[in-house]
Design a protein around this ligand. Structure first.
Ligand SMILES: Nc1ncnc2c1ncn2[C@@H]1O[C@H](COP(=O)(O)OP(=O)(O)OP(=O)(O)O)[C@@H](O)[C@H]1O
Length: 495
């Protein structure tokens, strides 16, 4: 079964109007031309610029009828059987005269005047008066099998153009590319594949990343989800050994999950501010080797009733289409603040999110991060919703040592030139963010006086700041108490 077959079946039915929402106009015109031949019906095509013309062949002797009322009156009056394709007619569906004429054409559709109307636009809302007279059709999106065939076709086409050159591709890159192109219309997928090949005659891992970005841009989702271009690697994250080992074990099953039932669902990372939750979310995407999408709950809220949930549904649909991917919900407790049990937007959002989590089939791994347990809705924490809840505590001395080493290296400073044990001891109670800040401040201070930063200058910066363990003593104690027994420590070492 394919689009041609499905479209023919719909057009053979008795529905007088067919609505097709699609951006793939050239492909649809090709399919509809083919169906005209099969049904032995002439095909006419109308655009606001050229009026009505045969799809293949010369202009009509009756004139072009660029004006919508002229066009509809012409179709209504004609007894000539045919498929009448109206391209981008959607703005005219708001006019009562056009709606009435369309209805009269549709009601006059019979054996002696089989004039079928096919409306093709990027978006089509049928007026209520016409709903019972309209059928809808959607082009299928290419599946893995078809995408692999498209890659093969485009590679052959590139090679035929000059038999002297030879196409290169790694098996894993082709596999990944075909997986990442799922959810993209066929013509877009073909264009992206072609561009990737033309560049260097190859399909490589770097094409996969570029094509995934281009796919996200094609979806152009409104506001609430963003594509995070920077993921991280586990090597950039100090500590969190248990979390890393847990993720490692699930990498294979997650990537292999072709709609498998046991696909890893996601985690909640609970912890103090600046403790590395966001960094860990980025590193999970990096470890899985999939795109990272960030859901910003603040941008979901809308003053119009129903709009907030619609935006969440759109955001989750984007994640489904981008699968396999990691969906990172930052500060989830703020977005889902369940307003005193009332039926407020927070509770409705929570309901929509839980439904999606329960029903989704796509490989979307959710990483929710939170630092305020008081606001976390208990429904989200119930067993089975997420795979695990990890607690990211303040780093112990070994991890602090590693954090210093990572951030010195990041700034082209050799950790061997610093006394890391000394710095680890001096930074008790600091988070990773606090340690990074002390290094940055020490670099600024040293460079201002034409010196290089040293163990001593970093110690000075640490001494000038209060560690988070002091600033937020009560909150941290509360968080630890809550975490005990309810969560798994993300690190091997406890402070
Ligand atoms: N374990 C770590 N290893 C290396 N760097 C770390 C670690 N923890 C924190 N950092 C550094 O601190 C920065 C801030 O941490 P991050 O934003 O991930 O914390 P967070 O827990 O998400 O904070 P918030 O709750 O305020 O959003 C990171 O970008 C990273 O540079």
């Amino acid at each position: 079964m394919n689009d041609l077959h499905d479209l023919e079946v719909v057009l053979r039915s008795e529905m007088p109007i067919l609505l097709i929402e699609s951006l793939e106009e050239p492909r649809l015109l090709e399919l509809l031309g083919e169906i005209g031949l099969r049904l032995q019906l002439p095909v006419f095509c109308w655009t606001l610029t050229d009026g009505l013309r045969p799809l293949r062949g010369r202009a009509l002797p009756s004139g072009a009828q660029t004006d919508p009322p002229d066009l509809l009156r012409h179709i209504k009056a004609t007894t000539r059987a045919g498929l009448y394709l109206l391209l981008d007619f959607h703005p005219f569906l708001e006019h009562p005269l056009h709606v009435r004429l369309l209805k009269e054409i549709a009601q006059g559709f019979n054996e002696s005047a089989p004039r079928r109307l096919v409306l093709v636009s990027h978006a089509l809302e049928s007026p209520p008066e016409l709903r019972h007279l309209c059928a809808r059709f959607e082009l299928r999106l290419p599946d893995r099998h078809r995408l692999l065939a498209l890659i093969r076709e485009e590679a052959q086409r590139w090679q035929y153009a000059d038999p002297k050159r030879s196409f290169r591709a790694s098996r894993s890159a082709v596999e990944q590319l075909s997986r990442n192109l799922l959810g993209v219309a066929e013509s877009d997928a073909r264009r992206l594949i072609r561009n990737a090949i033309i560049k260097d005659g190859a399909i490589t891992e770097s094409d996969v990343t570029e094509v995934t970005r281009a796919k996200y841009q094609l979806l152009s989702p409104e506001g609430a989800v963003s594509f995070e271009y920077d993921t991280a690697s586990f090597a950039e994250v100090a500590g969190l050994e248990r979390l890393k080992a847990w993720v490692d074990l699930r990498r294979g099953p997650f990537l292999a999950a072709d709609q498998e039932t046991d696909c890893p669902k996601g985690v909640l990372l609970l912890g103090v501010q600046g403790g590395g939750k966001s960094l860990a979310a980025k590193a999970v995407a990096g470890r899985f080797g999939v795109p990272l999408l960030r859901l910003d709950f603040g941008r979901l809220y809308d003053k119009y009733i129903g709009e907030t949930e619609r935006k969440l549904r759109d955001a989750l649909r984007t994640a489904d289409v981008m699968a396999p991917c990691v969906l990172w919900c930052d500060e989830i407790e703020k977005g889902l603040a369940v307003d005193s049990g009332a039926e407020g937007p927070g509770r409705r959002l929570l309901g929509s999110l839980l439904t999606w989590m329960a029903e989704r089939k796509s490989a979307v791994f959710l990483v929710a991060t939170a630092n305020d347990i008081a606001q976390l809705p208990s429904e989200l924490l119930r067993k089975g919703r997420l795979d695990e809840i990890f607690f990211i505590d303040l780093p112990g001395p070994e991890v602090r040592r590693e954090i210093f080493a990572i951030h010195l290296r990041k700034r082209a400073l050799d950790p061997g030139g610093f006394n890391l044990d000394d710095l680890a001891a001096a930074s008790e109670g600091f988070t990773g963010a606090g340690i990074e800040q002390a290094i940055v401040s020490a670099i600024y201070a040293a460079r201002a006086s034409n010196r290089e930063p040293s163990t001593e200058s970093i110690r000075t910066q640490l001494g000038a700041t209060q560690p988070l363990s002091v600033v937020m003593e009560a909150q941290i104690a509360g968080l630890r108490q809550w975490a005990r027994g309810r969560t798994v420590p993300a690190g091997a070492e406890l402070s």
